[in-house]
Design a protein around this ligand. Structure first.
Ligand SMILES: CC(C)(COP(=O)(O)OP(=O)(O)OC[C@H]1O[C@@H](n2cnc3c(N)ncnc32)[C@H](O)[C@@H]1OP(=O)(O)O)[C@@H](O)C(=O)NCCC(=O)NCCS
Length: 145
């Protein structure tokens, strides 16, 4: 019983320390709503946001990515009322800066077919793979890496 309580307290202390290490604002001008703190690596996931939208990203494990050192953009969404004003591109550029700062060489996305034009616009290329539901696999080299 004493051992269990000690473990619980230890876990709580670790979690608090981890929460402190979580910077609410990343240097790219993004709010980190969820993330692994400073001990990140393959498999780490973040939810990032600016005032107009959010993105969910993951550092892919080597076996899952098309190329080593890839940040997978699972989702990037701008508030409905803010679309068509450049906020999507601005958010993407911040996410791209984030990718560079966590050491990623590539970014990968499986885009909805009707958003492919957006990803082409911000520099992605189609890889030629499509998935069930028509999602289109796309990739971009992180500039400056
Ligand atoms: C896709 C999305 C993020 C774009 O955000 P946005 O703020 O409307 O985009 P921007 O205003 O920054 O557009 C930047 C450029 O991309 C173009 N673009 C935006 N959405 C596009 C689309 N669906 N297809 C083709 N081009 C698109 C714009 O015309 C603009 O080009 P321009 O500068 O030459 O005029 C937004 O529509 C969205 O949240 N959609 C729902 C979620 C989604 O589909 N996310 C992507 C898949 S994960």
């Amino acid at each position: 019983m004493v051992f269990v309580s000690f473990t619980l307290v230890k876990t709580l202390i670790q979690k608090t320390a981890e929460a402190r290490r979580l910077r609410p604002y990343a240097p790219e001008g993004l709010m980190v709503l969820r993330g692994p703190g400073e001990r990140y690596g393959e498999g780490s996931r973040w939810t990032l946001a600016d005032g107009h939208g959010f993105a969910e990203v993951e550092l892919m494990r080597g076996s899952e990515s098309l190329r080593p050192g890839t940040l997978y953009v699972e989702n990037l969404e701008v508030k409905r009322e803010d679309r068509g004003m450049g906020h999507g591109e601005a958010l993407f550029l911040r996410v791209q800066g984030f990718a560079r700062n966590v050491g990623a060489l590539w970014m990968q996305i499986d885009s909805e077919r009707d958003a492919v034009g957006f990803w082409l616009r911000v520099g992605f290329e189609e890889t030629g793979r499509t998935f069930y539901g028509g999602k289109v696999s796309m990739i971009k080299r992180v500039p400056g890496r």
